[in-house]
Design a protein around this ligand. Structure first.
Ligand code: GDP
Length: 482
């Protein structure tokens, strides 16, 4: 597990030079590309007031090891134009689903194939040889859920507003979500076939959100459509393609695939089935992939028309089988060098997850002690004492010992001179103890371990402060319960 001086500085948001200076001060002469082991990096990070996120740290390194981030075919000359990915948003009943269906059935290629279309969470259509991908879970919930996972899948939002209803609460929400994500909006004024339709009112209302139509001197694209009568759907697609051109969407198809999970489910016959959106590279049958804690090899790839595919390039949505489980929507996926690498990454994530779960279940802190004492399920408070000199360790031990009452005993399970080390933490974790440190600090490794195990480490300079804290915690039992 290594990280370079330069990379560590970058992640902490400081100048590499400052980090090099600090290392020099500590007696090591290093360059920016010098590798640091985890302990050293963690120690340095603490010195610059950064907490080391063990999970992210290891994860990046493992991903790098399996070649995800250092793909040799990563070269800007390989960039090619890719189709835009569109999400349709808008108020309930304004016609999102109808529009998605209408666009799909209008698509000539779909008609020619004559296959039965199936919902896989995304589909693509073609206009004059140019493709557009639609995520067909409408609404901003899916959009936001993906964003919450850091997945920016959508390039363009089509905001559907019913011409007979105008701007409604979810219209505003959709606008806010799109703007927050920095995704351009095309307005589809829908239901213009209806007698009460008033597209101008919609335009007027949207000016409030700085969305002004081009013919009114603004730069927002408005298309008046009817999902019901299939009116102007082609102009809508043209406008999407126009907007896509402005965005200059590009991706490198000549590398290992990566992208996001659009949706996943367990199929009785086929096992876990996941719809993935390839964002970079090309995914092929047989590719080892990993997504979250799930891994496997791509066994089959199927598009929304039920066609079997051999490969899927950027912006292409496909349903894949072969994963060990069903990842969450919005989870990234990576194709990796071999199945072992996929398994390693997934296993690593699984372990981290389990550790985090264990930590939260076994955690006992001084703050929780009061509550646990009141519930009557703690009769003993176990502590580990570490101090800078034998005198203070003994003094603390004596003073704390006197706090024991009939109702709650205070037990010092270990005391010693020296900093707080990993074995102190594992002892504390195993026996539900808390650690008290006097004029000593935990080693970075011990700190990280304590975080994982949920062990409470309390640091003091004054014995009195520690005694007060413990006394207060124990008071829970002594205080009358009303
Ligand atoms: P969603 O909730 O936004 O997905 O809206 P739906 O697509 O379910 O449509 C809501 C209702 O509006 C349905 O009854 C549709 O038939 C109707 N609808 C959708 N688009 C149009 C349209 O262009 N014209 C008319 N007259 N009705 C429409």
């Amino acid at each position: 597990d290594v990280i370079t001086v330069g990379e560590l500085a970058k992640r902490m948001g400081i100048k590499a030079n400052d980090l090099i200076k600090e290392l020099m001060r500590q007696g090591s002469m290093v360059t920016i590309n010098h590798p640091l082991d985890y302990e050293t990096a963690a120690l340095l990070a603490t010195e610059f007031n950064h907490e080391v996120e063990n999970v992210a740290f290891d994860e990046d390194i493992i991903l790098e090891d399996v070649g995800i981030e250092s793909d040799a075919s990563e070269d800007s000359s390989n960039l090619q134009t890719r189709p835009p990915v569109v999400t349709i948003m808008g108020h309930v009943d304004h016609g999102k689903t109808s529009l998605l269906d209408a666009i799909r059935t209008t698509d000539v290629t779909a008609g020619e194939a004559g296959g039965i279309t199936q919902h896989i969470g995304a589909y693509d259509v073609e206009l004059d040889g140019r493709k557009i991908t639609f995520l067909d879970t409408p609404g901003h919930e899916a959009f936001t859920a993906m964003r919450a996972r850091g997945a920016e899948a959508t390039d363009i939002v089509v905001l559907v507003v019913a011409a007979d209803d105008g701007v409604m609460p979810q219209t505003k929400e959709a606008i806010n979500h799109s703007k927050a994500a920095g995704v351009p909006i095309i307005v589809a004024v829908n239901k213009i076939d209806k007698p009460g339709a008033d597209p101008n009112r919609v335009k007027q209302e949207l000016t409030e959100f700085e969305m002004v139509p081009e013919d009114w001197g603004g730069d927002t694209i408005f298309v008046e459509v009817s999902a019901k009568e299939h009116t102007n759907l082609e102009s809508l697609l043209e406008m999407i393609l126009l907007q896509a051109e402005v965005l200059e969407l590009q991706a490198n198809p000549i590398k290992r695939a990566k992208g996001i999970i659009v949706e996943a489910r367990l199929d009785k016959g086929r096992g876990p089935v996941a719809t993935v959106l390839v964002q970079e590279g090309t995914l092929r049958i047989g590719d080892p992939i990993v997504s979250g804690v799930n891994f496997g090899r791509v066994r089959t790839m199927t598009d929304d028309r039920g066609c079997q595919l051999e490969e899927a390039g950027p912006s292409c949505p496909v349903e894949v089988t072969g994963l060990s489980g069903t990842p969450d929507a919005g989870e990234p996926f990576h194709a990796v060098e071999n199945e072992k690498a996929a398994k390693d990454v997934a296993g690593h994530r699984q372990r981290k997850l389990r550790e985090a779960e264990l930590a939260s279940s076994s955690k006992i802190s001084l703050d929780q002690l009061y509550a646990r004492l009141q519930e009557g399920d703690v009769k003993e408070l176990k502590v580990i004492i570490k101090g800078d000199v034998q005198g203070s360790v003994e003094a603390v031990k004596d003073t704390l010992g006197k706090l024991s009452t009939d109702a709650c005993r205070l037990v010092v399970i270990h005391s010693a001179v020296g900093g707080i080390i990993e074995s102190d933490v594992s002892l504390a974790a195993a026996s539900d103890a808390i650690i008290l440190g006097f004029n000593v600090r935990p080693e970075p490794k011990a700190n990280a371990q304590a975080d994982l195990d949920g062990v409470d480490i309390r640091l003091y300079n004054i014995i009195y402060d520690a005694v007060e804290d413990i006394r207060n915690a124990m008071e829970g039992l002594l205080a009358p319960i009303f």
